[in-house]
Design a protein around this ligand. Structure first.
Ligand code: ADP
Length: 326
C-alpha cells in the first residue's frame, strides 16, 4: 500500500447526533492536510453500489449543528459476505480511495476491521453511537446529546407522575448497555435504574420497591434500559401490576426521539477532535484502530480491543443513585 492520497468517509449502523460534526471535521482536516476526500453514502451499502461523491469543504458547510447524518446510514447484509466486500474493494479502487474513515458503533467497526485486514486498507474508526458502549473511549459521539434529550423528557414525565402519585417506568435505549439508563437516572433525579449490567444481582425491581417507593415517596420514576433479554419497561410494569397492585403504574418508551436533535456542545467538540485525530492517525500510518478519548486525551484503540472488550459500568454510580433517591 502506497501513501494515502484520497480518504473515503462513511457513517454506518444506528445514527447518532454529532455524526455530521464528525463528517465535517474529517473532511475539513483531510483537505487542510492535502488529501482528497470522497463521501460514501448509506454506509457500506453505498460502498458496494458506488454511491460516492467528491467532497469539498462546501459539502460540509452548515451541518455541525444538525442531527442525523448527511451521508445517510444503512445496515448492509451484503457487506457481511466476502463477495460484498470484494465489490466494495473494487469500487474503492475505481474511485481511487486508499483509506477509509468509518463512523459508527460496534458492528460498523467490526466491519471495518474485517475489511481493512482482508484488503490491507488503512481503516480508522470513530465511535458514533448514543449507547456509549464502546470500550476504550470515555464517551462516544451522540451519547451526551441522547442523555440530554432523555432528561428533558423525564423532567416532563415527572410533572405528571407527581400530580397523580404515579409510578412511571421510562424505557431508554442502550441495547445491552446501561450507560444511558444509569446516568440519565442520576441526572433526572429518578428513583432507580434497571440496567443489564446489574442483572446478576438481586431482583432489581424488588430491591427498588422495598428500598424507596414504600418509604417516603408517593410518585416514582424508574429508568429501564431497553433489553431484549429482560423485556424492558413493559415487563416491569406488568410485574408491578401483578405483584404490587396498589401502585398506579404507567410506561413511557422514549424510542427514536433519543436519536434525534441538535448535538450538544460536548458532542460537537468531541466529534471535531476525533475527526481531526482520525486524519492525524492516517498521516502517522495507523491502521485498524478506533480513535477514542480517555481522560480528555486522544487515544488510539486497536479495533480488536474496542470491539471485543465489554466496557464496564462504574459501580460507584449505582451507589450515587441509591444514596440520592431516598
Ligand atoms: P452499529 O455500527 O451501530 O453497531 P450494526 O451492528 O447494525 O450497527 O452494524 C452496521 C453494519 O456494519 C452492518 O449492517 C454491516 O454492514 C457491518 N457489519 C457488522 N458486523 C459485521 C461483520 N461481522 N462483518 C462485516 N460487516 C459487518
Amino acid at each position: 500500500m502506497g501513501t494515502v492520497k484520497c480518504i473515503g468517509i462513511l457513517t454506518s449502523g444506528g445514527d447518532a447526533p454529532g455524526m455530521n460534526a464528525a463528517i465535517r471535521a474529517v473532511t475539513r482536516s483531510a483537505i487542510y492536510n492535502g488529501f482528497q476526500v470522497k463521501g460514501i453514502y448509506r454506509g457500506y451499502e453505498g460502498l458496494i453500489t458506488g454511491e460516492i461523491e467528491d467532497f469539498k469543504t462546501q459539502n460540509v458547510s452548515n451541518i455541525i449543528q444538525q442531527g442525523g447524518t448527511i451521508l445517510k446510514t444503512a445496515r448492509s447484509k451484503e457487506f457481511k459476505t466476502p463477495e460484498g466486500r470484494q465489490k466494495a474493494f473494487e469500487n474503492m479502487q475505481k474511485e481511487g480511495i486508499d483509506a477509509l474513515v468509518v463512523i459508527g458503533g460496534d458492528g460498523s467497526l467490526t466491519g471495518a476491521r474485517i475489511f481493512g485486514e482482508e484488503f490491507n486498507i488503512p481503516c480508522i474508526g470513530l465511535p458514533g453511537t448514543i449507547d456509549n458502549d464502546l470500550y476504550g473511549t470515555d464517551s462516544t459521539i451522540g451519547y451526551d446529546t441522547a442523555m440530554n434529550t432523555i432528561i428533558e423528557c423525564v423532567d416532563k414525565i415527572r410533572d405528571t407522575a407527581t400530580s397523580h402519585d404515579r409510578l412511571f417506568f421510562v424505557e431508554v435505549m442502550g441495547r445491552d448497555a446501561g450507560f444511558l439508563a444509569l446516568n440519565s437516572a442520576i441526572a433526572s433525579g429518578a428513583e432507580a435504574a434497571i440496567i443489564p449490567e446489574d442483572r446478576t444481582d438481586a431482583d432489581q425491581l424488588e430491591e427498588f420497591i422495598n428500598r424507596g417507593f414504600r418509604k417516603t415517596k408517593k410518585s416514582s420514576i424508574v429508568i429501564v434500559a431497553e433489553s431484549p433479554k429482560d423485556g424492558g419497561a413493559m415487563h416491569y410494569a406488568e410485574r408491578v401490576k401483578n405483584e404490587y397492585p396498589q401502585y398506579d403504574v404507567r410506561v413511557t418508551i422514549l424510542g427514536h426521539i433519543q436519536r434525534g436533535g441538535r448535538p450538544t456542545a460536548h458532542d460537537r467538540i468531541l466529534a471535531s477532535r476525533l475527526g481531526c485525530a482520525a486524519i492525524e492517525a492516517i498521516m502517522e500510518g495507523q491502521r485498524n484502530i478506533m480513535v477514542g478519548i480517555q481522560n480528555n486525551t486522544i487515544v488510539y484503540v486497536p479495533f480488536i480491543k474496542a470491539i471485543k472488550n465489554d466496557k464496564t459500568i462504574d459501580r460507584s454510580l449505582i451507589r450515587v443513585l441509591d444514596e440520592l433517591s431516598i
